[in-house]
Structures are given as C-alpha cells and as structure tokens.
Design a protein around this ligand. Sequence first.
Ligand code: PLP
Length: 403
Amino acid sequence: MTSRSIYTLAVHAGERLPASPFRPVTTPITPAVSYLAPEMADLDAVFGGERAGFVYQRYGNPTVSAFEQAMAALEGGEAAVAYASGMAAVHGAMLGALLGEGAMRRTLVSAADVYGATYAVQERLLGALGVSTTFVDGTDLAAVEVALRERRPAALVCEILSNPLLKVADVPRLAELAHAVGAALIVDSTFATPYLFRPLEAGADYVVHSATKYLAGHGDVMAGVVVCSAARAADLRERQKLLGDNLGPQEAWLALRGIKTLALRMREHCANAQRVAEWLAAEPRVAQVHYPGLAAHAQHDLAEALFGGRGFGGMMSFVLDGAGQAEVFRFMEALELVLPATTLGDIHSLTLYPAHSSHRAVAPEVRAALGIGEGLVRLSVGIEDPADVIADLSGAMDRALGR
Ligand code: PLP
C-alpha cells in the first residue's frame, strides 16, 4: 500500500475494519451518517426500497432500528418507527392517518382531555392546514359515536390514560366505533406503556409513545415512537425520509437501554402510586384525586379490566383544596424530594402545574371546561420509597398551606 500523508491517515486510519465474528452482546451505537455497500447496485436497491439495508441516517440506522424492533415486540405490532420526540410521533401518526390512503382527508375526532401540545397540534397546526378536529369527551362513548358518524374522520385520537386527568380510554370499544366509520384509532399509550396494556391487540391502528417518559425512564433522553402494521410503518417511513424527524442513534441507544428495566420500574411506579394516591385521598387538604387505582375513580373497573391487575400506572393529579396558582406554587416550592420539573415517567417523583406548562397551549376557558383548574397538580410517582414521597408531600402542605 502506498504510504499516505498524516492528513489522509488521520481521516481514514482505523475506520471500516473487517467485521469481527464476535458480536457485541448489547447493541452498539452506530453514529455513521452514510454506509458503503458491497456494490453500487446494492446501494441502488436499498435506495429503491427493493432490499433492506442502510444508506443514509435519515433513511434508517442500525441502533434506531434495534429500538424500533424492541418496541414492535413489546407492543405486539408488526413494525415501529422512531421519532425525535413524542410530539413528532403524535404528529407522524396523525399525518399517517390523514394522508396514508392517497388523497388527504381533512377531519379528525379527538378526546378533549389530551396532552396540551397534542390538542394544539390538532387545533392550531393541522387546523391552519385545513384539517378540522372535533373534540369530545373520550369517556362518553355515545358522544364519540355521534361525532364519528357526523364527521367520518381519518382518525379518532385518544390517550389510554389521559394527561392530566387520568381518564381511561375504552380502547376496544373506541376501536369498534372508529372502524365502523372507516377511521383509524390512534392511541397515545405513554402513561400506560406495554407493561400495562397493548392497544394494538385491543384494535388500535397506531400506538404512540413519548419514549422520553417511562420507556427511557431516566429523564435524560427525548424520543418518540409509533407502533403499527408493516404497511402503515412503511408509509410513515417514507414521510420521515422527507421530513427528517428521525430519532438519533445516541438517543435510540439510551431509550433501548431504558426499556430493559421497564417492567421492573413500572411494577414499582404502580405500587408506589397506589400508596400515594390512597394517602392523598384521605388527606383533608386535598379536595380531589384523579387516579384510576382508587375505587372512587369513575373508570376504576374499566382500568382494572384493561390492565389485568398489573396496576394503574404511576401518574395522578389532585386538587389542593381551595388553592389558586399562588398556593400551588408555594406548595411546589416547599417540596424537598419531589421535583417540580416539567416531565413525567422518570425514576424520580415529579410534580407539574398543568395550567402553566403541559396545558399552557390550551385556551384558559377550554382548560376550565376540561376540569384543569387553578388548584390542579400533576404528580408522577417515582421509584423512591413511597413513605418518603408521602412525607415530602405532607411536609410541603404543612409549610405552604398550614394545617
Ligand atoms: N404524549 C403525552 C401523553 C405526553 O405527556 C407528552 C409529553 O409530556 C407527549 C406526548 C409529548 O412527548 P415529548 O415531550 O417527548 O415530545
């Protein structure tokens, strides 16, 4: 081999070594943007979609693909497409339903009680593009049926456990109602995860996750994923090649790493949240607790049937009795263990004030109509000892609200 200059060697030396017969036990991070094929014809075949392979990161990446395969297996779906965030996944699934069958369809029906940005994507972004969304109470099946019959939408959108009021979506019934008018069912299963429930098996067409939350679980990565049929995934993938809302390989690796312990964490989240919710329900300074594990929750039986006794998740919300924004802020600032940080589903317990964060994008009068009042606090119960979480909540109420 001709001797090459230090400039050339520094760029090429050590790269593209022959593959070792010894495979790493865990998935490596592959940051390469582009790939070398054995022959140009192979590259051409991959670009043309005639054979599987990697050519360019926006078209696919081995680490991202490993995360997608893991999620398809966990959700019992044929395929998955990973996105740069949960919102990109939500938007990807909506576009899939609106555009997937060729001509653009222009209507959606959505549960009103959904994550604020999911509401705003439908109302503002898709609205500005000419898509009209009818929002209904997703727990009122008669109202959902009427809206579906009147609008004949491309999709019905709901969250299995809604953010922030923890309403439970009757996915098997919603799937029947949606399919009866030719609509797809999109279920955001972020709060439940496949540990509690697998929406595709109950008839959903697209399952969406903010993998930023329980799937990754440690508050250090933003990611999203849609699980669906192979045909729908192929359609989403074609759009992703154009839009470039891909998950990066470093993030995919962290998300894949996170889901190794998903079941263990979810078991603890569920058990701890049940204890915290029962304490809150008995606490005089709390006017109302929204947690499907409480017998008083309007859909407790439905949640038990859907989740098969595995628990009710780690999320809840509660109303501090007589509190407005000032009292809630004092309470959140008085917490010493539970973190007042804007996310959920982490190993740490977290509180959030929906009116100024997750649902800020929703107009105040719509928030009020939904039941997202000034005294509402959202709590994501972590995997700490629940006795410590309860002591912190109680202490913060003492300091902020008095006895
Ligand atoms: N879906 C739900 C239910 C959420 O709570 C969130 C964020 O909180 C999202 C989607 C959006 O996820 P991300 O922040 O990863 O974009």
